[in-house]
Design a protein around this ligand. Structure first.
Ligand code: FAD
Length: 321
């Protein structure tokens, strides 16, 4: 009856969201007097797997098969469902990441489970029901969903739960699930990351810029500020549509939804479609030369002025500290 958590890693190193979802599951497990089993797919050393123990996993299942080296939605969902059945888990927790967004509904369908995606707080329990707070309507509202189905799949937004360390020990077991060849029958395009820059959906700080930067030749000031802060870079939709930046950086209703501790918006007007992707940010700083720019209405801090003058000074000041 353990709670099953699917944990994501990049080339054998767990993402921060892995520790967040284990902490999330551990909090539910403590209320329900049960334990947490973490499931990792792909090559991860035992020393890395053991880090999950610090956040509350008391059993770790590792699936290390060559055919599952790359993420394939159908196959991964089958493996997680098989592990959930083997562990008799009624609750399955995973991150609402790129892959989690695809996995969660497929998993819920396979297990005939109730699904909540975009969870942002620990749930409260009422009998066998879970009351889960989540974002709704492109992050413009919050909802509390009551999941009464016997089985439940919960996808937790990255950066919304603070991972909590605790004492404990765990066993590591190898799992060798049978994978249906048709589940692997997908053309996978491997995108090799050319840099070790911070991943945008999980970044704690994001420096994002819009059309106010005038052109791609001016992005150096954005990258320098991001580097000084250890931040990920992002942009508004017109910027990626114009090819100034890759589409993977486009934030908003039709792009990536982020929820960092700090979102710095530079030369972005603050259209509602952009705000839909950033409204979960804990602190928003806006830099815009127009004091009437709508983004200032949702900003915690604002600077009115020319971004191309402000950014180098800000970077220099940060480097000096
Ligand atoms: P602009 O609106 O042109 O704003 C540029 C800003 O830069 C202005 O506020 C200006 O004052 C400021 N500025 C100019 N020069 C300087 C300077 N030197 N220094 C400082 N500031 C300066 N947009 C998204 O971002 N994400 C989405 O997901 C998205 N989805 C959409 C979906 C739909 C269906 C539609 C219709 C639109 C969507 N949009 C989205 C587009 C959105 O409506 C806005 O058009 C877009 O966000 C504007 O981008 P921007 O702020 O970079 O540019």
């Amino acid at each position: 009856m353990a709670i099953l958590v699917y944990v994501e890693h990049i080339e054998g190193t767990f993402k921060k969201s892995a520790f967040e979802v284990v902490s999330y599951a551990k909090a539910i497990a403590s209320e329900q007097n049960t334990t947490v089993t973490a499931l990792s797919i792909g090559k991860v050393e035992d020393s890395e797997l053991n880090k999950l123990v610090e956040y509350g996993a008391s059993k770790i299942l590792k699936v290390d098969q060559d055919q599952l080296k790359q993420f394939v939605n159908k196959a991964y969902a089958s493996v997680i469902a098989e592990a959930a059945k083997a562990e008799q888990s009624d609750i399955i927790v995973l991150s609402n990441s790129f892959s989690g967004k695809g996995l969660a509904p497929r998993l819920a369908a396979k297990l005939e489970a109730g699904l909540v995606d975009g969870a942002i707080e620990l749930p409260t329990t009422s009998g066998s029901e879970l009351h889960v707070k989540k974002t709704a309507f492109s992050n413009k509202a919050f909802a509390t969903e009551v999941v009464s189905a016997a089985k439940k799949v919960i996808a937790v937004n990255p950066n919304s739960i603070e991972p909590t360390k605790q004492e404990g020990s765990a066993t590591i077991e190898a799992l060798n699930p049978s994978v249906d060849a048709s589940d692997l029958n997908v053309l996978v395009k491997e995108v090799v990351r050319a840099t070790d820059k911070v991943s945008l959906p999980e970044a704690e700080i994001v420096v994002s810029a819009g059309r106010g930067l005038k052109g791609p030749e001016n992005w150096g000031v954005v990258e320098e500020l991001a580097e000084a802060l250890g931040a990920a870079t992002a942009c508004s939709k017109p910027v990626s549509d114009a090819g100034w930046r890759p589409h993977s950086e486009h934030v908003g209703q039709t792009g990536i939804v982020v929820g960092p501790n700090l979102y710095i918006a530079v030369g972005i007007s603050g259209a509602i479609q952009h705000l839909a992707g950033v409204s979960s940010s804990k602190t928003i700083v806006v830099i815009n030369k127009d004091p009437e720019a709508p983004f200032f209405k949702v900003a915690d801090y604002g600077m009115v002025g020319d971004a191309l003058e402000i950014l180098p000074k800000l970077t220099a000041a940060i480097k000096a500290h």
